[in-house]
Design a protein around this ligand. Structure first.
Ligand SMILES: [Zn+2]
Length: 228
């Protein structure tokens, strides 16, 4: 049967389950109607698939799960985990959102989960090792280009994230290694210098707490925050 002919029917029945296979070997079954509504890109994929077949997507399944959950529940399923695997999946979800979601809210919601996952150590969670923090920075650097709200977060995290006095702050203890990773991202060091000159160091409150929308896109402009 042709999926396009049955969208009304699908809606009434809650939609058929669309089989997605991922190149990492995992499979997901996602409501076909919800997928079609997510973006033109996903609508084409669903409409072009043969009924009953599976469609292979070249994105990480761990990232796509966040979008699948969003389409079903309207929220990000993030339990506050701060481990590298979670951060990697959230980074994938952000990229998947840019490609496969036309929602004005999905990317901002992913960003909030990402900010929590990255900064929770500074707010009392388990400390990362220097190597782990450098890996987090590499993930963020490959996700966010210059002059994006994401890059602004990376800069704020470098400056305020691990302020350095307690045992939790070993993250930036190796400044040489930190500088090395920073130098891998174009202009990141100079961005940090500029922002540092404009901010007082050792603020009592972290920047991401002061302005909850600091790293949101709001779909360009004209959309209310998903949290309002
Ligand atoms: Zn916002």
């Amino acid at each position: 049967m042709d999926v396009t002919e049955h969208s009304e029917h699908d809606e009434r029945l809650g939609g058929h389950m669309f089989h997605i296979h991922f190149e990492d070997g995992n499979d997901l079954w996602v409501n076909g109607h919800a997928l079609r509504g997510a973006s033109c890109a996903l609508r084409s994929i669903v409409d072009e698939a043969k009924p009953g077949s599976k469609t292979t997507l070249d994105v990480p399944s761990g990232g796509f799960e966040f979008l699948a959950h969003w389409l079903k529940e309207g929220k990000i399923e993030h339990n506050g985990a701060t481990d590298l695997a979670t951060i990697k999946n959230l980074c994938s979800a952000y990229q998947i959102g840019e490609r496969f979601s036309e929602s004005p809210h999905f990317i901002d919601a992913v960003m909030d989960a990402l900010v929590v996952a990255v900064t929770a150590t500074a707010l009392g969670g388990d400390a990362r090792t220097v190597d782990q923090s450098c890996e987090v920075m590499r993930l963020l650097n490959s996700l966010f280009d210059e002059c994006t709200v994401g890059r602004a977060f990376v800069v704020d995290w470098i400056i305020h994230g691990e302020p350095g006095e307690s045992s939790k702050d070993m993250v930036w203890a190796d400044s040489e290694q930190l500088a090395g990773v920073m130098s891998e991202a174009h202009n990141l060091q100079s961005d940090v210098c500029v922002v540092m000159m404009h901010q007082k160091l050792n603020k009592a409150t972290h920047p991401w707490v002061v302005d909850g929308c600091a790293y949101h896109i709001h779909n360009g402009e004209g959309y209310a925050c998903y949290r309002t």
